[in-house]
Design a protein around this ligand. Structure first.
Ligand code: KIV
Length: 256
């Protein structure tokens, strides 16, 4: 696998995509596109990311691959697919072979160091994920911002240091207080991509559907750039009315 080196001159722009059509759009404006296991929540409507299986991420990853021309394509390793070194290697290689992605991402710090080292030694590009770890969360109410006390801060800084040593090429930092984010960036030797981790990070990532405004409720760290729910709702309402009053199909939509 070709080693990834992200140029760190400007802020690194990242978004998620779950299919070819959204991938084609985000590829134009992003440095990195993630097939995230947020798929379970943002696409399938489940209460956590733990419902996503290897087959799901591969199916969506293959579709996303078709839409990516230039961005780095990273794919999440689903919950339960990297419990030990052998499983991690077998499943990562399957993801890479089937999707032809550039890297995989997995969650954790000191607890996954051996797994990351093993993958890196086997020529696999690994992105880390520290701070709030969605795969540890069983329902939406368990989401909690981290870094409030010294113990939490030290743990997350140690997580960063250990996964850097193991060879990650970049790290997602999720859901931490700004002063911890600053410390993480200070201790980093690889680009830190923040989500709910302040503007101090080297780059930012969001779930596409969150920033497009598909959902009423989103975490504070999301900025809505569009109101997809409202716009789609208005369009469907107009269509429904047109069908009922016979305004659709029009002459333009009829084969003669
Ligand atoms: O699953 C996901 O989409 C993620 C990002 C939001 C970082 O891990």
């Amino acid at each position: 696998m070709k080693k990834i080196k992200i140029k760190n001159k400007k802020k690194i722009v990242c978004l998620t995509a779950y299919n070819k059509f959204t991938a084609e759009i985000v590829d134009n404006y992003c440095d990195l596109v993630l097939v995230g296991d947020s798929l379970g929540m943002a696409y399938y409507g489940n209460s956590s990311t733990r419902s996503v299986h290897l087959d799901d991420i591969i199916r969506h990853g293959k579709s996303v691959r078709k839409g990516i021309k230039k961005s780095i394509l990273v794919v999440d390793m689903p919950f339960g697919t990297y419990r030990n070194k052998n499983d991690a290697k077998k499943n990562a290689l399957k993801i890479i072979k089937e999707i032809k992605c550039d890297a995989i991402k997995l969650e954790g710090g000191s607890n996954v160091v051996k797994i990351i080292s093993h993958l890196v030694k086997n020529n696999i590009n690994v992105m880390g994920h520290i701070g709030l770890l969605p795969q540890k969360v069983k329902s939406k109410k368990d989401y909690k911002i981290l870094g409030k006390d010294k113990i939490e801060q030290t743990k997350i800084i140690n997580d960063l240091i250990s996964i850097q040593k193991a060879g990650v090429f970049s790290v997602v930092l999720e859901g931490v207080k700004e002063d911890l984010a600053k410390k993480i960036v200070k201790n980093s030797t690889v680009p830190i991509i923040g989500i709910g981790a302040s503007k101090n990070c080297h780059g930012q990532i969001l779930v596409l559907e969150d920033m497009l405004g598909l959902f009423d409720k989103v975490p504070k760290f999301v900025k809505k750039y569009f109101n997809l729910k409202k716009e789609v709702s208005n369009a469907v309402k107009r269509y429904s009315k047109d069908v009922i009053i016979g305004k659709f199909p029009t002459n333009k939509n009829i084969y003669r």
